[in-house]
Design a protein around this ligand. Structure first.
Ligand SMILES: Cc1cc2nc3c(=O)[nH]c(=O)nc-3n(C[C@H](O)[C@H](O)[C@H](O)COP(=O)(O)O)c2cc1C
Length: 178
């Protein structure tokens, strides 16, 4: 499959617009897995191009990230696919195979071991430079109460009780899968 290299800066607007609708954070530890993320940032950290993601403790994705130290981010060119968002954003890779469930076409990456996805073709290959768990006590109270309620079940795939761990990934390659 062809890959057209891109300058990430030129896609910053598209990436920023796509995030709240859901883009994919892919990992490849014990197996390939893809999860929907709505939070993230493209920019510069320590003078290198970087993509930062926020992953709650209980996600299968977190275990995979901690094992491999790398991820790809896959962004649709125009609209998110509701079927992909449903499969990858409401179920855990612990319970299902998301590539099969969401009918994803995996495309081997150029410089890391985590594939991209043909259906969401804007692809960022990232190596984790830094991971840090959020300290809930430092988060403004109104946001903490809204985003991290402690009186809910922490075990279901959509649980929102846990803190996020921030992963800063150095963008080591960026392209559109054709
Ligand atoms: C639009 C949308 C945005 C989401 N954003 C995030 C996010 O930024 N961080 C996070 O930890 N979970 C987020 N989630 C929840 C995960 O996608 C969901 O819990 C998923 O089932 C985790 O999959 P995993 O257990 O295979 O890693 C989001 C879900 C949706 C639908």
């Amino acid at each position: 499959m062809l890959k057209e290299k891109i300058d990430v800066k030129e896609y910053a607007k598209r990436i920023t617009e796509a995030l709240p609708q859901g883009v994919l954070l892919n990992t490849n530890g014990d197996k390939f897995n893809s999860m929907v993320i709505g939070w993230g940032a493209v920019g510069t950290v320590w003078s290198v191009p970087a993509f930062t993601v926020y992953v709650r403790e209980g996600r299968y994705t977190k275990a995979q990230l901690d094992k491999t130290g790398e991820f790809t981010v896959s962004i649709p060119l125009e609209h998110p696919d509701p079927a992909i968002n449903r499969a990858c954003g409401s179920k855990s890779g612990r319970d299902i195979d998301k590539a099969t469930e969401a009918k994803l076409t995996l495309v081997p990456a150029e410089t890391i071991q985590t594939p991209g996805i043909k259906e969401y073709p804007i692809t960022l290959e990232c190596r984790v430079l830094y991971a840090q768990k959020q300290d809930l006590s430092l988060i403004p109270q109104d946001i903490r109460e809204r985003m991290y309620p402690q009186d809910v079940d922490g075990t279901n795939p959509m649980a929102n009780r846990d803190a996020h761990t921030m992963y800063i990934g150095q963008i080591v390659d960026a392209y559109i899968i054709k």
